[in-house]
Design a protein around this ligand. Structure first.
Ligand code: 13P
Ligand code: ZN
Length: 273
């Protein structure tokens, strides 16, 4: 059992996931960021929600999230350091009544602030909460093989998803909604946030070509598992794309899988049925 650092379960949970992602080589330097929606009741068990330490302007409108609490990695912070010093590398804030300000309640103790990708995170939370009120996590990371794949595979959502589904039998079951692909865009902007959130209405995974990936889900484990499965499929692709293909998972077999596991897959990503 890992030693608890802060005795705040949701902080230790996020720190453990960030550490794991760093070990997988996905989050070099300050690469990657995580946002975790925590219910007020849970926050209040460990943190004084009446003591606002600082306010930080968001730079965009998050009025749909007023009163919600988020634990978020800091900008410029390294995933490898989160576990050892969560209070510097993470912050917990509430979206203020104006929908445009973060009220810092815990963390960012060196005067830091939330990730530069907060627009993509919070806009994605809004999009996913509309689809699934249980959604609590948005995760951005730079998985090596997925990133490599975006250099050599056509950047078309249908073709990209189809290739990934063929790379391992469980893919269509784990991400039946497929992966939405965005072309290269300037990161850390409201524009990439809007584009990501728009894709998040249809899928829990959004690929940022030549940069990385976004995943969303109910729990940190589930979201990590989703990205891990996409990354594994990308690895199979990278290991086989240059070799003659003798075998493949046929579309009929993908349908068979989806039916057997009762998955509502994106039918438009296959050429049959
Ligand atoms: P931050 O350090 O601001 O979180 O940025 C890292 C990153 O991955 C940018 O896309
Ligand atoms: Zn990034």
């Amino acid at each position: 059992m890992a030693q608890s650092l802060t005795k705040i379960p949701f902080v230790d949970e996020l720190a453990a996931i960030a550490d794991n992602m760093y070990r997988l080589g996905w989050d070099e330097r300050n690469g990657g960021n995580i946002s975790y929606l925590i219910p007020e009741k849970e926050v209040a068990e460990y943190i004084d929600v009446t003591n606002v330490m600082r306010t930080i302007p968001l730079g965009f409108d998050a009025v749909e999230l007023v009163g919600k609490y988020f634990l978020v990695t800091g900008t410029g912070k390294y995933f490898k350091n989160v576990k050892g010093d969560p209070k510097t590398n993470l912050g917990l804030f509430r979206i203020a009544k104006d929908g445009a300000t973060a009220e810092l309640l815990w963390g960012y103790v060196d005067g830091g602030k939330f990730t530069s990708e907060l627009p993509a995170h919070l806009m994605s939370h809004i999009a996913r909460l509309n689809v699934d009120p249980q959604n609590r996590v948005v995760m951005h990371t730079h998985p090596t093989n997925l990133l490599a794949m975006t250099y050599v595979h056509e950047l078309d959502t249908k073709k990209f998803t189809h290739t990934l589904w063929q790379m391992s039998t469980e893919c269509i079951v784990v991400f039946p909604d497929g992966v939405e692909v965005l072309p290269w865009m300037l990161c850390g902007t409201n524009e990439i946030g809007v584009a990501t959130a728009e894709k998040m209405r249809d899928a829990r995974v959004v690929v940022w070509a030549l940069h990385g990936i976004y995943g969303a889900g109910k729990t940190l484990d589930e979201t990590f598992g989703l990205i891990e499965t996409v990354e594994k499929a990308s690895e199979i692709y990278i290991k086989t794309a240059h070799l003659p293909r003798s075998n493949t998972i046929k579309d009929e077999q993908l349908v068979e899988l989806a039916k057997h596991f009762n998955c509502n897959y994106r039918k438009e990503f296959l050429d049959i049925e």
